[in-house]
Design a protein. Structure first.
Length: 235
C-alpha cells in the first residue's frame, strides 16, 4: 500500500588518559644529639617510569549518540512550535516508531526486524522564516540492513520529481507540491546510507495559497552532503 510523504549515535565518547605522580626519597631526619653518627648519602630518588599513553581507539557507532550525529545547521536553529513535532522529536526504538512515526506500523515492525534495526533518532528544526528541516537517522547492525530498509521505504511511497545530489552516491530523491485542506506544502527529500546508518533529509515550506512555493532541492542536497560529511567524520 502506497503512502504519501517520507518519514535516521549520543553517549559521550570515552577517551582514556594516563597520568603519573613524581616520587622522591624521604628527607633524612635531623639529629637531636651533639654527636652525630656517620651517615651515608641517601640513595637518589627512584625515577618514575615513563608511561606511554595508549592510543585511543576510533569510536564505534555504539559509543556515539545518534542525536550528536545529526548535522548542525546555521539556518535551522529553532525548536518547532508544532506540538506534533515536539512530541515526535528525539530517539526511537521499534515500538516508538510504530506508535508515533509510522503510517503502516505492522509493516514497519516487520521491516525493522528483518533488516536488523538497532535504534533511531529524529530531529525537527525550524528556520526563522518557518521552513522546516527533518532529519531521520536509522542505525542497523549492518550496511546491508540500512540499504534494505532504504529500498523498502522507497517502495512504500508515492513519489514526485527526482533530482540529482552531486557528490553523493546511491541516493533516492523526490520533490513536489502538495495541498491539504488548509495549506500548500513544498517538500524536497533525500535519503542515503552511510555505513550502517540510513539518513533521510526533508526540507519543507508551506503557506495558505501556494503562491511562490517550490521544493528547495538545492538546500536539501546541500544539507544531505553536509550530513554525509558529518557522519563520516564522527564514526
Amino acid at each position: 500500500m502506497k503512502r504519501a510523504g517520507f518519514a535516521l549515535l549520543a553517549v559521550p565518547l570515552l577517551v582514556g588518559c594516563g597520568s603519573s605522580t613524581d616520587t622522591s626519597a624521604p628527607l633524612p631526619s635531623v639529629a637531636t644529639s651533639t654527636k652525630q653518627p656517620t651517615r651515608q648519602a641517601p640513595p637518589p630518588p627512584t625515577a618514575t617510569p615513563s608511561v606511554t599513553p595508549k592510543a585511543s581507539k576510533a569510536p564505534t557507532p555504539q559509543q556515539v549518540a545518534l542525536a550528536d550525529l545529526v548535522v548542525p545547521s546555521k539556518t535551522f536553529t529553532r525548536t518547532s512550535t508544532r506540538e506534533w513535532d515536539r512530541e515526535r522529536t528525539g530517539p526511537f526504538d521499534t515500538d516508538r516508531f510504530a506508535k508515533m512515526l509510522s503510517g503502516t506500523p505492522d509493516e514497519d515492525r516487520r521491516l525493522f526486524k528483518r533488516t536488523g534495526f538497532v535504534r533511531g533518532h529524529v530531529s525537527i528544526r525550524m528556520a526563522a522564516d518557518d521552513r522546516r528541516l527533518v532529519v531521520y537517522l536509522y542505525q542497523f547492525r549492518t550496511h546491508q540492513g540500512a540499504v534494505q530498509l532504504q529500498n523498502s521505504f522507497w517502495d512504500q511511497y508515492d513519489h514526485g520529481d527526482r533530482f540529482t545530489v552531486r557528490g553523493l552516491g546511491r541516493t533516492w530523491t523526490d520533490a513536489g507540491l502538495k495541498q491539504s485542506s488548509t495549506r500548500y506544502t513544498a517538500t524536497a527529500n533525500v535519503n542515503f546510507a552511510v555505513g550502517n546508518i540510513l539518513v533521510a533529509v526533508s526540507v519543507t515550506e508551506s503557506n495558505k495559497t501556494g503562491k511562490g512555493l517550490r521544493p528547495d532541492t538545492e538546500l536539501a542536497a546541500t544539507i544531505a552532503r553536509q550530513q554525509r560529511d558529518h557522519l563520516t567524520g564522527a564514526i
